[in-house]
Design a protein around this ligand. Structure first.
Ligand SMILES: [Zn+2]
Length: 182
């Protein structure tokens, strides 16, 4: 099952890398299973080249890429749930459908990450760790239409998803996590 909030322009959030280059991401094996189960996705999680320093979603090909060493670093600095949140944000991009890119899509993905954390039964500390990494490193200094949103917006979006999810069906999630700046 794949959830589509808004059908709009096709957008690639990440450069495509040949599927043959897909390697496992051992750091995130358990998270991958939990995300797949919660969202009902069959997305592949592939190891990005070392030094990429990021995680990103290729919606066109249904692939999430993650730099293993970078995830390890995030986990050691902010806690393992912070790394989970980053992957959950990428899954947010996958399940939000082709809604374009820009701040509104980024903040919706943050909100959907919070939804996953609550829905998967993770403790409130989980979303706080995710919020912390976004507060310190994930936010843009100023709001721009094509950015990730400010630190404050990102934290608000993730907390809204976590605190507001009460098992509502996918069709109702667009109300909780709207495609708009928070
Ligand atoms: Zn994103």
């Amino acid at each position: 099952m794949k959830f589509v909030f808004v059908a709009a322009l096709v957008c690639t959030l990440a450069p495509s890398i040949a599927a043959a280059d897909c390697g496992p991401v051992p750091h995130a094996a358990n998270d991958y299973n939990a995300l797949s189960r919660f969202w009902g996705t069959t997305v592949s999680l592939c190891r990005a080249p070392d030094g990429t320093g990021n995680a990103y979603a290729d919606r066109d090909h249904g692939v999430v890429w993650a730099d293993q060493a970078w995830l390890d670093g995030v986990a050691s600095r902010y806690g393992s749930w912070a790394a989970v949140g980053i992957l959950a944000h990428e899954w947010g991009h996958i399940v939000q459908g082709n809604v374009g890119s820009g701040t509104a899509a980024e903040l919706q993905a943050d909100c959907l990450a919070g939804v996953f954390m609550r829905g998967a039964g993770l403790a409130p500390e989980s979303v706080r760790e995710f919020a912390a990494v976004n507060w310190n490193e994930g936010g843009d200094p100023y709001w721009t239409p094509d950015g990730h949103g400010t630190s404050s917006q990102r934290v608000t979006a993730a907390l809204r998803g976590y605190s507001g999810f009460q098992g509502q069906p996918p069709g109702a999630l667009a109300a909780l996590c709207p495609l708009s700046a928070f």
